[in-house]
Design a protein around this ligand. Structure first.
Ligand SMILES: *[C@@H]1O[C@H](CO)[C@@H](O)[C@H](O)[C@H]1NC(C)=O
Ligand SMILES: *[C@@H]1O[C@H](CO)[C@@H](O)[C@H](O)[C@H]1NC(C)=O
Ligand SMILES: *[C@@H]1O[C@H](CO)[C@@H](O)[C@H](O)[C@H]1NC(C)=O
Ligand SMILES: *[C@@H]1O[C@H](CO)[C@@H](O)[C@H](O)[C@H]1NC(C)=O
Length: 596
């Protein structure tokens, strides 16, 4: 029997309220199915986790062997990447990044680009796989670079989850012309300046949820053309903030929902930005936003000075609803919480601002400003004539009732600057106050499955497995909490192509040591563990090797069956400094011009 551990994205029912999506999102087959087809471990293609050997060519070779279906596997360890990998035209494949990739090259472009792919999944089974872009090496002295970390281009039916993207020299994750995709349980942490976008999306039927971004530019941003995009539970934890744009000629954006967006110490809670241009943006819902310490809150700016003017009378904005926004802004007199400046040549209409209560953190007044904007609520003009107008800002001197809103316990208190290396974070398990993520971290869901397997243990067993980690081609190991020494046990590896290490007889050793063995990918049909008394062995059967990573114990044990402590993954390699750099709590760091 197999436990299809990574089917969650497939099985997760899309909530009914997610009308913005047009159909299912995510890969079409499970990682287990892909691994069973073929597994291409980069270590078998010349990769070495030594922070020196280039991962680029081995990754491309491994991919080429699994291009028609399979699992490309980057085991735990620290890799250097000095040449970039273009992974083109894969079908039915997955990229399991359990290790950390350190940039060690200076080319522009994308360190990893996945293109023209379908049925694709990128993830880490330990929720600790990361790309460390070491962007500070450019940013410290202002060297210009276009190096992005990860790009998916023309990819359909995909997911990206449980990965961490850090300190990109330029952008972190770009989803370019994608369809039917899901991105979740992702942490992004970049430097404190413009041009270091978190997630940029163009495409259709895409669900992004449970994501944290720290940087000073785009948090999660939709660009043109896009339709049917749902963005939920995003924690902009010191960022530029979420946005739409920049939009120019022939803009075509429709049916976009952002919901449960928590924004702290960012340039804005949501910005729509254009300058001139043409085309339309319609059917947009921005609901359940909480903000604290941000410069702007709602900021619709259609003559945005940081882009050059595009041809046309202005993008046509209509049917945009802003609902349930709470919290505080940095200085409401300087930058009021409602700013809706539509094009005079093409006034916005059918806008709604409702259930909106924000108040200033400094001073005792704030402004609402609308021009060329029609609809209901606050400073929007009523009526159907839609003629251009410029209104004077409404000044408010009494805090609106109900403005106070929860904060996140772990709001970042200082930026990471741009001059020193940025530490690799762990992926949080909460992204919006009071909202549980849709999917547990991959590491945790695997744990739950494995402790289910431990119910094979008979009552009264003395010996418990406190940690059992089984991953493809990697190390599987266990730490026993036995007080009496036990003899080694056997693990029989079924349907694995080979056992690459012969140490499988010492998989388990008495507490507190951990020993390990390796096997190529496959299904571990049974792992036997003798009891402390030396009597019968307990067998754990049918572990699927791809993702079991668990803490478990015999029923008689009191030890916890929670999620295993993952090793500290920052693994600061020598020569890399992990000093965080306190920076002024300043807003509106200049954004670089010319983002695409
Ligand atoms: C980067 O590449 C060089 C060779 O080009 C190598 O000497 C060095 O060890 C690599 N790793 C790091 C982390 O710089
Ligand atoms: C706008 O995008 C939609 C898909 O959402 C497409 O059907 C339509 O043809 C596009 N319109 C233009 C003018 O490109
Ligand atoms: C306005 O947009 C919402 C989505 O935000 C959509 O459900 C609704 O149908 C749109 N209304 C019209 C008249 O198109
Ligand atoms: C916000 O960012 C800071 C710094 O990266 C981090 O310490 C904190 O844990 C983050 N919050 C969450 C909920 O991850």
């Amino acid at each position: 029997m197999y436990w299809p551990l990574l089917t969650l994205p497939l099985l997760a029912a899309i909530p009914i309220s997610n009308a913005q999506l047009t159909g299912s999102v995510g890969p079409l087959t499970t990682v287990a199915e892909k691994a069973a087809t073929k597994t291409c471990n980069v270590l078998d293609y010349g990769a070495v986790a030594d922070l020196s050997t280039d991962l680029g060519a081995p990754l491309v070779s491994a991919f080429n062997d699994c291009i028609d279906g399979g699992l490309v596997y980057i085991p735990e360890g620290s890799y250097a990447m000095s040449t970039w990998a273009t992974l083109d035209k894969g079908t039915g494949w997955a990229l399991q990044l359990d290790g950390i990739i350190y940039r060690n090259g200076t080319d522009g472009g994308n360190m990893i680009i996945i293109e023209h792919a379908s049925d694709f999944e990128m993830f880490s089974s330990n929720s600790a796989g990361a790309m460390q872009g070491l962007g500070y090496q450019f940013h410290a002295d202002g060297t210009s670079t276009t190096t992005r970390l990860l790009r998916l281009q023309k990819v359909t039916s995909f997911s990206v989850h449980d990965i961490i993207l850090v300190d990109a020299p330029a952008f972190h994750l770009v989803l370019d012309t994608v369809e039917d995709g899901e991105v979740y349980n992702v942490a992004i942490r970049g430097g404190n300046e413009g041009g270091l976008d978190g997630i940029d999306i163009t495409g259709s039927n895409v669900w992004v949820h449970d994501v944290e971004v720290t940087n000073k530019d785009e948090c999660v941003t939709v660009k043109s053309p896009s339709s049917n995009i749902l963005v939920e539970s995003v924690y902009c934890n010191w960022s530029g903030g979420c946005a739409m744009g920049s939009l120019g000629a022939d803009t075509n954006i429709s049916d976009i929902t952002y919901r449960n967006i928590y924004t702290w110490s960012s340039n804005q809670m949501y910005m729509i930005k254009s300058n001139g241009g043409s085309g339309t943006v319609q059917n947009v819902l921005l609901e359940n936003f909480i903000g604290h310490g941000n410069a702007y809150s709602l900021d619709i700016d259609t003559s945005w000075a940081e882009m050059s003017t595009a041809s046309g009378d202005g993008v046509g904005y209509s049917n945009i609803t802003i609902s349930n926004w709470k919290g505080t802004e940095s200085n409401g007199l300087q930058r009021g919480p409602i700013k809706v400046l539509c094009p005079a040549g093409n006034p916005c209409y059918d806008l709604t601002i409702e259930d909106f209560a924000m108040w200033t953190e400094s001073g005792d007044s704030q402004t609402y400003t609308c021009s060329n904007a029609y609809g209901e609520g606050f400073c929007l003009a009523g009526g159907d004539d839609h003629v251009a107008y410029t209104a004077t800002p409404t000044t408010v001197t009494v805090a609106p009732s109900g403005y106070s809103a929860a904060t996140m316990a772990a709001d970042l208190t200082a930026a990471f600057g741009t001059a020193s290396s940025i530490p690799i974070p762990t992926i949080p398990t909460t992204f919006f106050p009071g909202v549980t993520p849709y999917s547990a971290l991959a590491s945790a869901s695997a744990a739950a499955t494995a402790s289910f397997a431990s119910s094979a243990t008979s009552a009264g067993d003395v010996l418990a497995v406190s940690s059992l980690i089984v991953i493809p081609t990697g190390t599987f190991s266990a730490t026993s909490t036995a007080t009496t020494a036990v003899s080694p046990v056997a693990a029989s590896v079924a349907s694995a192509s080979s056992v690459v290490s012969s140490t499988s007889t010492s998989i388990f050793s008495p507490s507190p040591e951990t020993s390990s063995a390796s096997a190529t990918v496959g299904v571990i049909s049974s792992i036997s563990m003798p009891l402390a008394s030396g009597s019968a062995a307990v067998s754990y059967t049918s572990f699927l090797t791809s993702v079991v990573s668990s803490t478990q114990s015999a029923p008689s044990e009191t030890s916890s069956t929670g999620v295993p402590e993952l090793e500290e993954t920052e693994g600061c390699p020598s020569g890399f400094e992990h000093e965080s750099h306190a920076h002024d709590h300043g807003h509106l760091h200049r954004r670089r011009f010319g983002r695409h």
